[in-house]
Design a protein around this ligand. Structure first.
Ligand SMILES: N[C@@H](CCC(=O)N[C@@H](CS)C(=O)NCC(=O)O)C(=O)O
Length: 219
């Protein structure tokens, strides 16, 4: 059975956990946290995560790091159900939304809101800087949410008709926000709020969020 390395509180680890469940691939999970257990992670990371980050993935004698790389690999390992659209333009747009989550939403939701409200106090004994949180929620995040609202059409998912890597990459960041009690206001972002509820209600996301909550001791 393959092994996923990395704590479920990481939005990037969550991408992989969700992808594995969506594809029906059984896995073992080593929820290591590099910042908290550096020695343990060093033991693991030597050959699986050269940059020392989570997630990492081991499949027999083959190992990989980086959520996007791991998900692209899983698509080849088990093509069905597909998480990457077959249409060329939809494929490219799905990759774009994955990047929008990783590179656009994550630095604000993970790097500022989650770090200040949850990770800093829980793992680094660092008190919350409310000014950073407030600026992130009220000034930095809204334009990114406006864009997503503008991109959602009448369908359920961001690209094409099916749940895809686009939704994994974006929704994992909203799962992170939900761990801090933050969600898009349905009055201002009605399509996005409904979309986030829909994505996080999937069994794959519900399972991954439950694992994160268990680790953080929140209900
Ligand atoms: N591009 C990477 C980003 C992974 C990443 O930044 N992971 C963070 C945790 S969320 C990490 O391992 N940081 C180093 C550390 O915690 O020491 C991916 O998609 O997997």
């Amino acid at each position: 059975m393959p092994t996923v390395y990395g704590a479920p509180v990481s939005p990037f680890v969550r991408k992989v956990l969700v992808g594995l469940v969506e594809k029906g691939i059984p896995y073992e999970h080593d929820p290591v946290v590099p910042a908290i257990a550096p020695a343990e992670f060093k033991r693991v990371s030597k050959d699986v995560s050269p940059l020392g980050k989570i997630p990492a993935y081991r499949d027999g004698d083959f190992s990989l790091a980086d959520s996007s790389v791991i998900l692209a690999y899983l698509e080849r390992v088990k093509p069905s159900p597909a998480l990457f659209p077959s249409d060329t333009r939809e494929y490219a747009r799905a990759l774009w939304f994955e990047e929008y989550g990783d590179g656009g939403l994550a630095p604000i939701i993970g790097g500022k809101i989650f770090f200040q409200k949850v990770a800093g106090p829980a793992f680094f004994k660092q008190p919350t800087d409310e000014a950073v949180v407030s600026k992130a929620i009220n000034e930095e995040l809204p334009p990114l949410l406006d864009y997503l609202e503008s991109q959602l059409g009448n369908g359920d998912w961001l690209v094409g008709r099916n749940f895809s890597i686009a939704d994994i990459g974006v929704a994992t960041q909203f799962a992170q926000a939900s761990l801090c009690g933050v969600s898009p206001d349905p009055k201002r972002w009605p399509k996005l709020a409904a979309y986030v509820d829909r994505a996080l209600a999937r069994a794959s996301f519900a399972d991954a969020i439950a694992k994160a909550k268990a680790m953080l001791g929140i209900k």
